[in-house]
Ligand binder design. Sequence first.
Ligand SMILES: *[C@@H]1O[C@H](CO)[C@@H](O)[C@H](O)[C@H]1NC(C)=O
Ligand SMILES: *[C@@H]1O[C@H](CO)[C@@H](O)[C@H](O)[C@H]1NC(C)=O
Length: 325
Amino acid sequence: MKTFANIFLGFFILKAAAAAPPTIAINYDTDTYEVDLYSNYDYDENGSIDQGEIEIGTVLPIVNRPILSPEPDHGSVIEEGEESTSTEEESTPKLIDGSSPQGPLTPGVQTPEASGGFSTCILCACIRNTVYCDDHNLDSVPPLPRDTTHVYLRFNKIRKINKNDFSYLNNLQKIDLTSNIISEIDEDAFRSLLHLNELSLLDNRIRQLPELPNSLNFLDVSKNRLGRKGIKQEAFKDLIDLHILYLNDNSLDHIPLPLPDNLQALHLQDNNIQEMHEDTFCKMKDLSYARRTLEDIRLDGNPINLSRTPQAYLCLPRIPVGRLV
Ligand SMILES: *[C@@H]1O[C@H](CO)[C@@H](O)[C@H](O)[C@H]1NC(C)=O
Ligand SMILES: *[C@@H]1O[C@H](CO)[C@@H](O)[C@H](O)[C@H]1NC(C)=O
């Protein structure tokens, strides 16, 4: 990701250095960049950033070639971009704040309280209201600009999530803490985030799930250590918008109940679940009840024999994946 941002910033440096009539071209470039970011850039998926890099590689040269190299050299444009960042990295913060024709990319940096967030934008990359801070060796959540809506903190060494790490970020919609070493989360660390839609805690060491905001529609806690007691009674009951719930690889010994009605995917594979109730998914006393949306249930990799509870799947569009004999 850093490379990606550096190419982008290095590109502005090159632009500023080249004494060509720049204004229209810069506007165009900025627009192109945003289109790439929001429509094609695949950052939200399972972690691949290849597509984003390809997009930048294919977009920038077309605009840049006439300015950078009078004799078009088809293989070298990306290399030129990378070269420039390595020599001029020191000046990138000014460019983040000042170079966008559409105003600052991170409005939060202008308020004094958020100066901590500004320092994070020097270390990481802030684009609009998204903070990209993957793979920076962080051992705690850094201060973030107040207007942050999306924050990526993957592949760091964060150990603990504190009560106030995110609580001042009223617009936060997505937090991605994939692949840290989090073993502890304060009970109310996420409680006040009323717009939080996506929370990814995949691949950590979490033993106890904290309270979750009702606005969540995506929750990934797979590959953690929730075990027998890590999920409190009725933890998901009020999450009426929860569509995706990934709890695989946690040594769970039970299916957490009740499951929210609007669930679409429930991944429980590779746990230690041995039995299920006939009312786990359906309602034996209400045969008209149907869970139309729950099409993706994974129970494979558990010591459970799904054939023992044939009544349990009657309200589902599809039977769960798992051992049937
Ligand atoms: C990422 O997801 C795509 C489909 O969206 C899949 O084809 C690919 O194998 C996945 N990659 C990894 C590393 O899981
Ligand atoms: C699984 O359950 C079915 C139905 O009760 C039973 O016939 C079958 O023997 C069970 N399989 C195992 C391995 O226990």
